[in-house]
Design a protein around this ligand. Structure first.
Ligand SMILES: Cc1cc2nc3c(=O)[nH]c(=O)nc-3n(C[C@H](O)[C@H](O)[C@H](O)COP(=O)(O)OP(=O)(O)OC[C@H]3O[C@@H](n4cnc5c(N)ncnc54)[C@H](O)[C@@H]3O)c2cc1C
Length: 277
């Protein structure tokens, strides 16, 4: 599916953001390859947009949304999942088929592609711990096989040795002896501590070494503080909520204000986990 002048607020969980000149949602890998072979515009690959903010000036190029690349196959030891498979589905199917250890993913609203790009994690576990191999595609539509050695992987950060490549598929191995966590329990825990159901991007800032970003923001008296329609959540201070038609500008200004306040109070630099384009 190809759309022109699409508001990215429809495709980002913050429900804010500018217009993408073109939005392309390929039906399958071959459609993606064909498209890229004939495209010369800048590309931005996205999944569920749950960690993404496109500035109000928009994106002059093609946003490639991979949510239709959602095939998932299992064999004895490996799950092969395309980039558009949601983490909720992956963790559910892993559990049903006795591939143990994927339970933590049930609480992260994203896709396999987004989790690979972000090294998404929760409850002490990170996505790349379970990656055996990935397939990538470049802007010219060429497909490659890569392993973890081709990336520099750390807390919520994945830097590629081969730049200009995007994730299309992963082989994952979840081989814990038994379920390490109970999915229902994890979701209850999440609902109790996070403003689930309101437009947000999850944690806006990474936790600085030795600190919790949420705690620093709360101690800086920013709980509930708003700029325009963007507010610091009262339930979890590392979340920004779009509570009243916030623009991307409102959200970015609030981020800047939080960073400056935390810096002047504690001399600590907060780094965003949220990707701003
Ligand atoms: C309520 C809530 C709770 C959250 N809790 C957590 C949590 O516990 N842990 C956590 O880690 N995150 C959490 N997040 C953030 C988010 O869910 C994760 O970062 C998730 O991995 C993003 O996946 P996505 O598919 O939505 O990626 P997007 O938001 O669409 O994209 C994120 C980044 O990845 C890039 N990207 C996406 N797909 C690809 C691809 N195929 N190839 C290359 N680059 C790509 C994008 O360009 C962008 O830079 C939460 C978000 C919300 C809203």
């Amino acid at each position: 599916m190809l759309k022109r002048n699409e508001s990215m607020s429809m495709h980002c969980s913050l429900r804010a953001g500018g217009i993408a000149q073109t939005l392309f949602i390929p039906d399958d890998l071959q459609a993606l390859i064909n498209f890229l072979q004939n495209n010369s515009k800048p590309v931005l690959f996205v999944g569920l947009g749950s960690n993404l903010l496109i500035r109000d000036c928009g994106f002059q190029g093609v946003v490639v949304k991979l949510t239709q690349l959602k095939s998932l196959t299992l064999n004895d030891s490996t799950i092969t999942a395309e980039a558009g498979v949601t983490l909720a589905k992956l963790s559910r199917i892993a559990q049903t088929n006795n591939h143990h250890g994927a339970e933590f993913l049930s609480a992260i609203p994203g896709t396999v592609g987004g989790a690979l790009a972000m090294n998404a994690g929760a409850f002490g576990m990170e996505f790349w711990q379970f990656v055996n191999r990935v397939q990538t595609i470049n802007a010219a539509g060429e497909v490659f096989e890569r392993t973890a050695n081709d990336f520099d992987i750390s807390y919520r950060q994945v830097l590629a040795n081969h730049t200009d490549e995007y994730f299309i598929c992963a082989d994952l191995i979840f081989n814990a002896e038994s379920n390490s966590q109970n999915i229902k329990q994890l979701l209850l825990q999440r609902n109790a501590s996070q403003p689930i159901g309101l437009p947000s991007c999850g944690s806006v800032f990474k936790n600085p070494k030795g600190y919790f970003a949420a705690q620093l923001i709360e101690q800086a008296n920013l709980k509930g503080f708003c700029i325009g329609g963007a507010c610091v959540s009262s339930k979890h201070t590392n979340f920004i909520i779009n509570s009243n038609n916030a623009t991307a500008d409102d959200i970015e200004n609030l981020i800047l204000h939080i960073r400056q306040t935390v810096k002047s109070n504690f001399d600590i630099d907060l780094e965003t986990e949220l990707k701003i384009i």
